[in-house]
Design a protein around this ligand. Structure first.
Ligand code: COA
Length: 161
């Protein structure tokens, strides 16, 4: 049986922190589905299609990764995709409480679905999509945080190029 995991998130936009988790996830699973949540409460900069296109562009060399969007409960999506594991990255202690709550709820309502937490690599422990957007919007250098495709898209959004 193929080991399939879903890596959900807002990805507004994808950063090297997310890519690090995806690439490490591929060492554990046969296939990773990157799932962009369509019902995020967050006020997004990129549309869902733009986010999906960016993720596809930066992961075009990974045939075992697919990119999708989902609406509604994550656990329902996981079941439709016949995956049994949700991957989440943990950055700092501050992530723990929220992630713990979500994982417990998902475990309760989605019988048999496990959440696998991966510690974010040290160099990305402070990263978030919001902080990258803020630095970029103020014309700061974001080379070390996002791939070139994402940097180009961000700078265009902010009218910098
Ligand atoms: N490295 C760097 N940054 C990381 C990271 C990593 N490894 N992992 C997460 N982040 C950052 C993201 O960039 C994001 O930053 P931002 O807040 O500035 O945008 C932040 O951490 C957390 O974002 P993300 O991982 O995308 O989670 P989220 O809280 O936006 O979304 C969902 C979480 C989509 C999984 C959750 O809301 C969900 O499941 N929604 C579906 C509805 C549902 O089922 N609800 C019931 C849940 S019990």
């Amino acid at each position: 049986m193929k080991k399939i995991a879903v890596y959900p998130g807002s990805f507004d936009p994808i950063t090297y922190g997310h890519l690090d988790i995806i690439k490490r996830g591929l060492k554990v699973f046969d296939e990773v589905i990157v799932a962009v949540a369509c019902n995020s409460q967050k006020n997004a900069l990129f549309t869902y299609d733009e986010r999906v296109d960016l993720i596809r562009a930066v992961l075009s060399d990974e045939p075992r990764v697919s990119v999708d969007t989902f609406k509604g409960l994550l656990i329902d999506y996981v079941s439709v995709r016949q995956a049994h594991v949700i991957i989440r990255g943990l950055r700092a202690i501050s992530d723990f409480e929220y992630e713990f709550q979500i994982a417990q709820m998902n475990s309760c309502i989605g019988k048999g679905v496990e959440t696998l937490f991966m510690m974010t690599s040290l160099q990305y422990g402070y990263l978030s999509s919001s902080i990258v957007k803020e630095v970029c919007s103020l014309n700061g250098n974001i080379d070390g945080f996002v791939p070139l495709e994402v940097k180009t898209a961000l700078r265009k959004k902010y009218g910098l190029d």
